[in-house]
Design a binder for this molecule. Structure first.
Ligand code: PEP
Ligand code: MG
Length: 818
């Protein structure tokens, strides 16, 4: 049988292989073919065939039909780098399969997030001998739908038997992931430029160099020795070219750590992760850091020393001037930067370089780079943020030495939507805030420094947008919908008008938050310090549901005294004017290290002595803090314990507090799966529960919240996390104890709808998010949110929950205008 019918091996959008954004496929180096952008994670055989090769990393499979046509089915692009993560193969080499038999199942979300693209090329690798015919392209196809056929061409011309001279050479495989599909295609492509037989042998297995499939089947790893033989007059030249290619190991850049999440978006849209919800319409401005030429040689030791001192003082002065109006994360980071400017080792290191004749700028760069290198070498995740701080301070001092304007003095058009690959905290902090309406970064995570600072400034922000962000034309009109997690380039008039109305409505009125059918939700604010109170009240906060006291402790050289703590808590209570103030006891450790407290050596700090567990090895810290809190007068003070996983922890704090002051309300944060699972027992003894969805998601999903690679996946709307939240809400209802939620999920309008449906009546959010959350809750009926929550608990993924919540919000909004 010469003609074989082909069925779509996966459902999705069928398109030409030329559309694949990778020249290995689009230039048909592997052979003719087609591609499907999949909408499901199931790959089946397109026809009856034998399985020739399943990639050791499970992301591709090669089939051979009875007539000898070879088809490579390659899920996604650059997916070899996933090293098998997200793929499960259901066949082995040598198996016979019928059309429709399952070959590989894969995790659409994971691969979509981590790979360059999900688009799946299907290539006829011996298209010199076979012809591929498709019934049509650029259409949606169902799995198993007939899409075309393969037919044998006339018998291939055999190679001219002329020159029989055999040339030999060898090369060490340099490609980081061995000879997988991409290098194999490039090698085959190179071999095709030369006549004669060329063979590659690795570990006793040989392959024809013109066959990418055969090359892949060698399973050659980096460092393996490949023996090459070639016949024909051009054999020597062929081997030189091939040896160079095989050993150079030059790979195209790997996918960056934070590519945009796999979310269906339109052609003029780019998806991202919400750091602070909100909508902004404005002009796209790309922020690109100046690469400064720093002279290597100095102008004399004294002159360079003086220049360095002057630059350090200038940077310090600039930071101090900014810090006056800051609190919370921004203030903590600014303090860290001042600490680095004064760091003796760093200064001594720079002076040594100056004494060796280097310029002040170069000396400072070398000193900070050496310090950063030492921190990286320590391989301690706690030190990661310190490396970022060092890089930041290096850039600031270099700029000061070059006499350049700080970012804040840059001219930005009004209503700028700032787009940045990566932005240093100092750069963000010194921006002319009145001109910046929105921020989008290609890297970062929702809880990265940048995200925290942007949130405290109230700038709607999207992070983890991936390299796509760079394609937004400079000066174009863009709509940053950080609530929906999308940036729209040149939105049409309708979209722009709707967004502008939504943005205006959201800020309009800060009265009670009551749903359409009359359910009241209390909206409180998360605070980092005194300076956050005023914006919180302006945004209509009814009090503070979470005071992150650790910001008072972070990034300084010694702990705040009991008096300093008491004065700070008192000032915040006063500023809140009798509204509730929920003070969380110290939550340090994990991703919040404190230089002056020696933590036990820990392999996994996120699972170590953080939160209330610090009391196990430093009980005096919590006692001192409880004394400071107990001394606060007036106001509705509540105390809340972080990272609880046992009832004993609650009892221990209750006893300590009771010894200091009677009648203070004491609550437990539910942010470990353990606490959620024993929420009934905790609720029986605590005065209230408050769910920390950031950590609950981290621990329930086993995803490090500081890992940018996972920024698009760690989503508290995952049904697993929602089930834990539902359990906690139910436990509260049964025992009559209030349950609130103070993680980032409360700052997301879509999250708020689901939480309301799950029975949470009190949310504590970033101050700047309160208007958007209030607006969303007022737009819906609680009864509809309950139905939404029921469906969310049964949903397959966080993405599905988001889609359901967005559907409810949109349909409720439409009702408004009718
Ligand atoms: C949380 O984990 O959700 C939370 C509110 O605490 P933090 O983000 O400060 O760890
Ligand atoms: Mg937490």
């Amino acid at each position: 049988m010469s003609r074989v019918s082909l069925e779509a091996p996966v459902a999705g959008w069928l398109t030409s292989v030329r559309e694949v954004p990778d020249p290995v496929f689009s230039e048909e180096m592997m052979g003719a073919g087609f591609a499907i952008d999949p909408t499901e994670g199931t790959l089946v055989a397109p026809c009856a065939a034998e399985v020739v090769l399943v990639a050791p990393t499970h992301h591709s499979v090669t089939l051979r039909t009875e007539a000898g046509a070879e088809l490579l089915l390659h899920i996604g692009l650059e997916t070899v780098a996933l090293q098998g993560r997200g793929f499960e193969t259901h066949v082995r080499d040598g198996d016979r399969v019928a059309a429709g038999d399952l070959l590989i199942s894969f995790d659409l979300d994971l691969v979509g997030i981590e790979a360059k693209s999900l688009v799946t090329p299907i290539v006829l690798t011996n298209s010199a001998e076979f012809r591929l015919e498709l019934d049509g392209l650029d259409r949606v196809v169902e799995r198993g739908q007939a899409i075309g056929s393969i037919e044998a061409k006339a018998a291939p011309k055999s190679l001219a038997a002329g020159d029989r001279e055999v040339h030999r050479s060898e090369a060490e495989v340099g490609f980081a992931h061995g000879l997988h599909a991409r290098p194999a295609a490039r090698i085959a492509d190179c071999a095709k430029r030369f006549p004669g037989e060329i063979t590659i042998t690795v570990g006793g297995k040989s392959a024809k160099a013109r066959s990418p499939v055969a090359i892949m089947a060698l399973n050659a790893k980096k460092g393996d020795l490949a023996q090459l033989t070639a016949t024909g007059g051009q054999g020597r030249r062929a081997l030189e070219a091939l040896a160079e290619l095989i050993s150079e190991g030059e790979e195209p850049p790997r996918p960056t750590a934070t590519v945009a999440p796999a979310r269906a978006v339109g052609a003029n849209e780019i998806a991202g992760v919400t750091a602070l919800p909100g909508v902004a319409l404005g002009t796209a401005v790309h922020w690109r850091r100046q690469v400064r030429d720093t002279p290597e040689q100095g102008q004399g030791i004294e002159a360079e020393r003086a220049a360095l001192d002057k630059a350090l003082a200038a940077v310090r002065g600039r930071i101090e001037a900014r810090t006056v109006q800051m609190s919370g994360p921004a203030a903590a980071i600014a303090r860290a930067h001042i600490g680095l400017l004064e760091d003796e080792d760093l200064n001594a290191g720079a002076l040594r370089q100056i004494e060796q004749g280097r310029s002040a700028g170069r000396a400072w760069q070398l000193a900070t780079a050496a310090a950063a290198e030492a921190l990286r070498a320590a391989d301690n995740p706690l030190l990661r943020e310190r490396v970022a701080d060092l890089e930041d301070i290096a850039a600031q001092v270099t700029a000061a030495l070059a006499g350049e304007a700080a970012v804040g003095q840059l001219e930005l058009p009004p209503e700028t939507i700032l787009l940045a690959d990566e932005l240093l905290p100092s750069e963000l902090m010194s921006l002319p805030r009145e001109s910046v309406s929105g921020l989008a970064t290609s890297g970062g995570g929702a809880t990265s420094h940048i995200a925290l600072i942007a949130a405290s400034f109230g700038i709607p922000t999207l992070v983890a947008m991936g390299p796509e962000l760079s394609r937004v034309p400079e000066g174009s009109r863009v709509l940053l919908d950080a609530t929906a997690g999308v940036l729209v380039i040149e939105p049409d008039e309708n979209t722009a008008a709707r967004a502008a109305t939504a943005a205006a409505q959201v800020g309009a009125d800060a009265g009670d938050c009551v749903t359409r059918d009359g359910e009241r939700v209390r909206l409180l604010a998360n605070l980092g310090g005194l300076a956050d109170v005023e914006p919180a009240l302006a945004a209509g906060a009814e009090g503070c549901g979470l005071l992150r006291t650790e910001f008072l402790f972070l990034d300084r050289s010694d702990a705040p005294s009991e008096e300093e703590q008491q004065a700070t808590y008192q000032a915040i209570a006063d500023a809140l004017g009798g509204r509730p103030l929920t003070i969380r006891t110290l939550d340090i450790g994990g991703d919040k290290p404190v230089a002056y407290i020696r933590f036990p050596d820990e392999q996994n700090p996120a699972l170590g002595a953080r939160g209330i567990r610090t009391a196990l090895f430093r009980p005096e810290l919590i006692d001192e803090q409880l004394r400071a809190i107990a001394a606060v007068r007036g106001g509705a003070i509540k105390v809340m314990i972080p990272m609880v996983s046992s009832i004993a922890e609650l009892r221990s704090v209750r006893d300590r507090l009771a010894a200091l002051r009677e009648g203070v309300s004491l609550g437990v944060m539910v942010e470990t799966p353990a606490a959620a699972l024993i929420a009934d027992r905790l609720a029986a003894e605590a005065d209230f529960l408050s769910i920390g969805s950031n950590d609950l998601a981290q621990y329930a999903l086993a995803m490090d919240r500081t890992n940018p690679l996972l920024a698009g996946s760690i989503d508290a709307l995952h049904p697993a996390v929602l089930r834990l939240i539902a359990m906690t809400a139910e436990a509260g209802q049964r025992s009559g104890k209030p349950v609130s939620l103070c993680g980032n999920l409360a700052s997301e309008p879509l999250g708020a709808l689901v939480l309301l449906g799950l029975g949470i009546r009190e949310l504590s959010a970033v101050p700047a998010a309160l208007p958007a959350v209030r607006g969303a809750l007022r737009q819906v009926a609680a009864a509809d949110c309950r139905l939404l929550a029921e469906r969310a608990l049964e949903a397959e993924s966080a993405a599905q929950v988001r889609a359901l919540a967005a559907e409810l919000l949109n349909s409720s909004g439409e009702g408004d205008t009718e």
